[in-house]
Design a protein around this ligand. Structure first.
Ligand code: CAA
Length: 445
């Protein structure tokens, strides 16, 4: 069977940052530790006035194409996943292709372009589409650009305001990939839910507390489906487990649930039995509420054990390093988590070749997906090329007043003429509106 997966990855953060404990918390009259410890966030990335989902996507894609020495004719497919689209007809991928064509002087006229929507899981769905296109042999040797790009902005005063973020991840999907190979096994957990939605509006309507419960319920379902497909979920069999990361505190909950579910009936459950007992089984309870309470108590005790803490520190915590500094990138967030983990392994000098990742994606509305990936021999060279640290350090640190101006500048209902805070260099910028209301872009040397 053809080996298909991610050959290369590039990250582009918005050029501005907001310090959550230092700037946001005092304005909200809240304890900074609610952000650093509770949500697990230190900062959010924001787009400057000349940035949007197209510029960030095009910038990440240009970096990737240049370092992989690709020409437009090598690309047979460009899919953009986003939940921040500004047009109900013309897909963002056409804008991105237009930007890249300006630099290359040749075109993507034979590439199939599209836009995927299912909240934050659309990036993973686009990877899946690319996998199927290549595995079916319809790609004729060409590669797919899969781009996840979002400006995750909430209405001012919404509880989600603390979890905002902006950035793009471009992934090159190809045969015999250099970075990770996808497993054929997949599991889904999907249900009609009303937890987070944008019914023809820019900022989301969110039932925050419920969205957390829906994330967990769908993720558990996806695990069960993955296991039914023959997928392995033993927690010790994976080097890293990147999850969709709206904020690291959410991943803390998902990891505990997943670990408890996966250890049921394993040697780990037996080893821990003296310390915390065996996990409650539903058949031992007449009352569902009592069972749920007992399971919660067991899970809380489990997360306090050294065994769990070591596993979490090794397998999950490194996936959160970047997310802590940038907030939620919606469709891109699980792909940022994968890159963050691989970068951490590179820094630690770990040899990951042949090791496996278990990837848990989620989109509100709601659907979770789980698949496995195997790290390929070229992973070190690929991850070494990322310049995410430099990008994070170079961001302009917003004051509270400036944050308010930037939020207004990106609010479709506010007329704003605020100047940019940074000077673009070697990147695409938004350059005003065309005669049919289309957005226009240009490359700044
Ligand atoms: N020190 C330490 N911890 C503190 C603290 C302090 N001083 N103050 C509060 N905390 C903890 C709380 O105990 C809580 O942790 P637990 O959930 O583990 O108990 C955490 O900090 C957050 O505190 P609150 O629940 O009080 O925070 P909130 O009410 O302001 O809102 C939220 C939290 C509901 C997640 C909100 O940020 C939100 O609506 N976010 C947007 C929706 C979202 O991201 N949902 C996630 C699942 S949906 C999804 O994943 C899709 C997506 O990308 C949007």
């Amino acid at each position: 069977m053809t080996s298909v997966g991610i050959d290369a990855i590039e990250i582009w953060t918005g050029n501005l940052t907001l310090d959550l404990p230092g700037t946001f918390a005092p304005e909200k009259g809240e304890d900074p530790e609610k952000y650093t410890k509770g949500l697990g966030l230190h900062a959010s990335s924001f787009p400057d006035t000349y940035e949007d989902i197209v510029t960030m996507a095009a910038n990440a894609s240009l970096r990737l194409m240049e370092r992989k020495d690709l020409e437009p004719e090598d690309v047979g497919r460009i899919d953009v996943a986003t939940e921040s689209a500004f047009d109900n007809s013309k897909p963002v991928s056409t804008y991105v292709a237009g930007c890249l064509e300006e630099v290359y002087g040749s075109d993507f006229h034979h590439a199939n372009k599209g836009e995927r929507k299912f909240a934050c899981i659309a990036g993973t769905q686009s990877l899946n589409d690319a996998y199927n296109w290549i595995a079916s042999g319809r790609n004729r040797g060409r590669k797919a650009l899969v781009i996840a790009t979002d400006t995750a902005l909430y209405a001012r005063g919404d509880a989600g305001e603390a979890t905002q973020g902006a950035g793009a991840v471009t992934m090159l999907v190809d045969e015999d990939p250099d970075l990770v190979e996808f497993s054929a096994e997949q599991g889904y957990g999907s249900a009609d839910e009303t937890d987070f939605l944008k019914p023809n509006q820019q900022f989301p309507s969110v039932d925050g507390k419920r969205s957390v419960q829906v994330y967990l319920a769908r993720m558990r379902e996806a695990m069960e489906d993955f296991e039914a497909a023959g997928g392995d979920t033993h927690p010790d069999n994976f080097a890293y487990i990147p999850f969709h990361t709206p904020f690291p505190g959410m991943v803390r909950k998902a990891a505990a649930l997943g670990y408890r579910h996966a250890l049921r009936g394993t040697d780990i459950e037996s080893d821990l039995a003296d310390e915390i007992g065996r996990q409650p089984r539903p058949e031992a309870f007449d009352d569902q509420e009592e069972y749920l309470e007992a399971i919660k108590e067991y899970t809380d005790a489990l997360t306090e054990t050294d065994h769990y803490r070591d596993w979490y520190a090794r397998t999950v915590d490194p996936t959160l390093d970047v997310s802590r500094e940038v907030g939620n990138w919606y469709t891109a967030s699980v792909h940022l988590a994968r890159a963050s983990a691989l970068r951490s392994a590179l820094d630690a000098g770990t040899d990951l070749t042949g090791e496996r990742l278990l990837v848990g994606s989620y989109g509100s509305g709601a659907q979770a997906e789980i698949h496995a990936e195997t790290v390929q021999p070229g992973w070190r060279d690929e991850i070494h090329q990322l310049n995410v640290e430099e990008q994070l350090e170079e961001r302009y640190d917003l004051s509270w007043d400036e944050y308010e101006q930037v939020h207004d500048a990106h609010n479709h209902d506010v007329d704003s003429d605020v100047e940019s805070f940074t000077t673009p260099s070697g990147e695409f910028v938004f350059d005003g509106w065309g005669r049919m209301g289309e957005r226009q872009y240009r490359y700044v040397e």
